[in-house]
Design a protein around this ligand. Structure first.
Ligand code: C2O
Length: 499
């Protein structure tokens, strides 16, 4: 894998992860994208070189480090037209940021158009030299990363929604319908050992029900935040961009077992279900064959992961405790073909990135995006946002950049009570279906414009997004100056700086 200081060329290349060959967008000429890893406290300097040639999948690019707070380096966050201009073909862009106070499981992906669906996605792991889990759970091995991805035989922009993927890839391999022979990923374990597995959904659209035949899982991390151990889980529903770490005990007979990622069922949308993603958990000493169990058996789940049962390992209280928040925002979502709307506005990327407008002296929501897609937030306040579920009958995963938020009310927990005491903290939350009203809180301690959007990439591309412009007056940091305009936006003329 790649270390914290690295060159990262982005190219087009042919891949056939499920037996079907197509052109893709490749970080470091690899598919799936290589793991980028470092330690808490590291300075990451990732020099991205745009060497793209295929216009259908975008010749320009940007990269977002999903879940990293980017405190003092909002400019390195990555979303095109929010914090920077897209990197032009033949150009390079240096993402230079430190990760002082986070450790856990993250990922990186293109944040322009639908480009990550075409392959520009990979794990981003921050190890903790003082990992409490090592002592708490005594894991023997912390090297396994499991990525889940939906895969299409056409470029993302040619996919119609609801998207029916041709296959589901686990660590970059999978099988399309009626294929029984394409190679699958194998994860090898040694009987008697205890493992930390890091699970990442790099999905563009569906959630997955993740299971490992004959094994249970103990979740210890959600979205880069350590949780109290939640044991004995037999399935994990994981939404686009979410991550979990779980402890797996290799305590079963030496054999081969299916690892399964069943994508969101689509029968309700008049579509057929895409094939389940498969990989093999193989005990050392077992023959190199596939498990005997039928791939068609959907394992029954008696103890699935419920988000409401997840609690932070340390500092569990929500910002503001049981007291009121300082700012309440009620977002409403709607859809009028072909666009999504947040409080009646569909996000269209501005010509000049929001951050550059702020650096040029535009500080109010009205100045920044008269179309109503920017919300300004005052510094050092508790912000509470409620988000009703149900638009187009799909469970939408909402992601906020720059923060982990406390989920005061989860989808489907069947109560109107808000949990202020020990709610899960994460950066992407499923907002559920009609009747749900997922509510989150965070504190504005991180100046900069932060994207808040549905992580179903086809929905983001259809305008399901707003920008939370936090503490605009303190965003132009004199102590941590951002790169010059010409580096953030070589393709645009500088705006006049207003007073
Ligand atoms: Cu995974 Cu806006 O990001």
């Amino acid at each position: 894998h790649l270390g914290p200081i690295t060159e990262l060329p982005i190219t087009n290349g042919w891949v056939s992860p499920d037996g079907f060959e197509r052109m893709a967008v490749l970080p470091n000429n690899q598919f799936p994208g290589p793991i980028i890893a470092g330690y808490k406290g590291d300075n990451f300097q990732i020099n991205v070189h745009d060497q793209l040639t295929n216009g259908t999948m975008n010749k320009t690019t940007t990269i977002h480090w999903h879940g990293i707070f980017q405190h003092t380096t909002n400019w390195a966050d990555g979303p095109a037209f929010v914090t920077q201009c897209p990197i032009a073909p033949g150009n390079s862009f240096l993402y230079d940021f430190t990760v002082p106070d986070q450790a856990g499981t993250f990922w990186y992906h293109s944040h322009e158009s639908l480009q990550y669906c075409d392959g520009l996605r990979g794990p981003f792991i921050v190890y903790d030299p003082d990992d409490p889990h090592k002592s708490l759970y005594d894991v023997d091995d912390d090297s396994t990363v499991i990525t889940l991805a939906d895969w299409y035989h056409v470029p993302g922009i040619q996919v119609t929604i609801p998207a029916v993927s041709d296959s589901v890839l686990i660590n970059g391999l999978g099988r399309a319908a009626n294929d029984n022979s394409s190679p699958l990923s194998v994860i090898t374990v040694k009987q008697g050992l205890r493992y930390r597995f890091r699970l990442i959904s790099m999905s563009c659209d569906p959630f997955f029900n993740f299971t490992i035949d004959s094994h249970t899982m103990t979740v210890i991390e959600a979205d880069g935040v350590n949780t109290q151990a939640l044991p004995d889980l037999d399935s994990i529903q994981i939404f686009s961009s979410q991550r979990y770490s779980f402890v797996l005990e290799a305590d079963q007979p030496i054999d081969n077992y299916w690892i399964r990622a069943a994508p969101e069922p689509l029968a309700g949308f008049g579509q057929s279900d895409p094939p389940t993603g498969l990989a093999i958990l193989r005990y050392e000493g077992a023959p190199a064959i596939e498990p005997n169990a039928s791939i068609d058996d959907t394992p029954s789940s008696t103890n699935p992961l419920a988000e409401v049962n997840l609690h932070p390992l340390t500092n569990p209280e929500a910002p503001g405790g049981v007291g009121p928040a300082d700012v309440y925002l009620n977002l409403n979502f709607s859809f009028t073909n072909p666009k999504f709307y947040v409080n009646n506005f569909s996000f269209t990327p501005p010509t000049v990135p929001v951050l550059l407008q702020i650096l040029s002296g535009a500080y109010t929501a009205q100045e920044l995006m008269p179309e109503g897609s920017v919300y300004t937030l005052p510094p050092n306040k508790v912000i509470q946002i409620s988000m009703p579920g149900g638009v187009v009958g799909v469970r939408h995963p909402l992601h906020l950049h720059g923060h982990a938020f406390s989920v005061l009310r989860s989808a489907g927990d069947g109560t109107s009570e808000l949990n202020y005491v020990n709610p899960v903290q994460r950066d992407t939350v499923n907002i559920g279906l009609l009747g749900d009203n997922v509510t989150i809180r965070f504190e504005t301690n991180n100046p900069g414009p932060w994207f808040l959007h549905c992580h179903i990439d086809f929905h983001l591309n259809a305008g399901f997004a707003v920008v939370m412009a936090e503490d605009t007056y303190d965003t132009p940091r004199v102590d941590y100056p951002p790169p010059a305009w010409d580096e953030l936006c070589p393709t645009f003329d500088k705006l006049p700086v207003s007073d």
